[in-house]
Write a protein that binds this ligand. Structure first.
Ligand code: SAM
Length: 253
């Protein structure tokens, strides 16, 4: 007999693989961050790490004509990205591959731009900025989003939630300091608007949760998973003025 109970990880993948984006973000925010990056027109090689199903990858591809490689841990997400690229006629230069952002199989000093939306915090902001630097060409750029405190007024529930999710939150000033110490000139930071969370992520995720609940009626793991998502929404509704996703753009020295 097959075990019909999916694990939490199975659920995360099953729910997210059909979503346009897997975390807070927007086309406008990706474009706004791209506006701070010089030399887009002559870029040959871009990495989009933790690419998910490729929402931001497609925006990058509209502004950059060079090769763009999305890298993600999960083949389900990478397959979606590749299907999207194919649909847009971009397969010759935009492709997703399964891999980990902390084990890059890329030549040193060969990359013009490293992009990473919504994924660096789970692996390590400081560690990854340091590690990626050697793969960037001199004066190459890094652009990442990372959940951050927007104030010194920290709330324990929020800290606990993000620590349990795998990433403690630091302030924008702390993160800029880390970026600078890792050898980048801090070019800009900006806070993602709240709609990036509510309209672009929470709302479609809710719709996908309804499908999941219908597929696994009465399943406790599914109920727990969905309750965890709703708690994330409640926290953001209550304290979303104090923390948020922040774009950090840096230029390698
Ligand atoms: N950038 C996408 C977006 O905004 O739609 C995905 C963001 S999602 C919140 C985080 C992504 O990072 C997931 O797709 C996850 O599989 C990926 N990820 C987590 N750890 C990773 C790692 N070590 N290497 C590559 N991808 C990773």
């Amino acid at each position: 007999m097959t075990d019909q109970t999916p694990s939490m990880l199975d659920l995360v993948i099953e729910l997210h693989k059909l979503l346009d984006r897997l975390g807070p973000g927007s086309v406008e925010s990706t474009n706004r961050a791209l506006d701070f990056v010089e030399g887009l027109g002559s870029m040959e090689r871009v990495l989009d790490l933790g690419c998910g199903t490729g929402a931001q990858t497609m925006t990058l591809a509209e502004r950059i004509s060079g090769s763009i490689t999305g890298i993600d841990l999960f083949s389900d997400f990478v397959d979606e990205l590749n299907a999207r690229a194919e649909k847009r006629g971009l397969s010759n230069r935009v492709r997703g591959v399964q891999g980990s952002m902390d084990k890059l199989d890329v030549e040193l000093e060969s990359v013009d731009l490293i992009w990473c939306e919504g994924a660096i915090d789970g692996v390590g902001f400081e560690e990854m900025l340091g590690y990626w630097s050697s793969f960037l060409k001199p004066h190459g750029y890094v652009a990442v989003t990372c959940p951050s405190w927007l104030t010194d007024n920290r709330v324990a529930e929020v800290d606990d939630f993000w620590t349990q999710a795998g990433s403690g939150l630091d302030t924008v000033a702390q993160n800029v300091d880390v970026l600078q110490k890792a050898g980048y000139v801090p070019v800009s930071t900006f806070v993602l608007p709240k709609e990036c969370w509510t309209e672009n992520y929470f709302a479609p995720r809710r719709a996908a949760e309804a499908n999941l609940a219908a597929k696994y009626p009465g399943n406790e793991t599914v109920a727990e998973f969905i309750a965890g998502n709703h708690y994330e929404e409640e926290l953001f509704a209550a304290y979303g003025n104090l923390y948020g996703y922040v774009f950090y753009i840096g230029k390698k020295l």
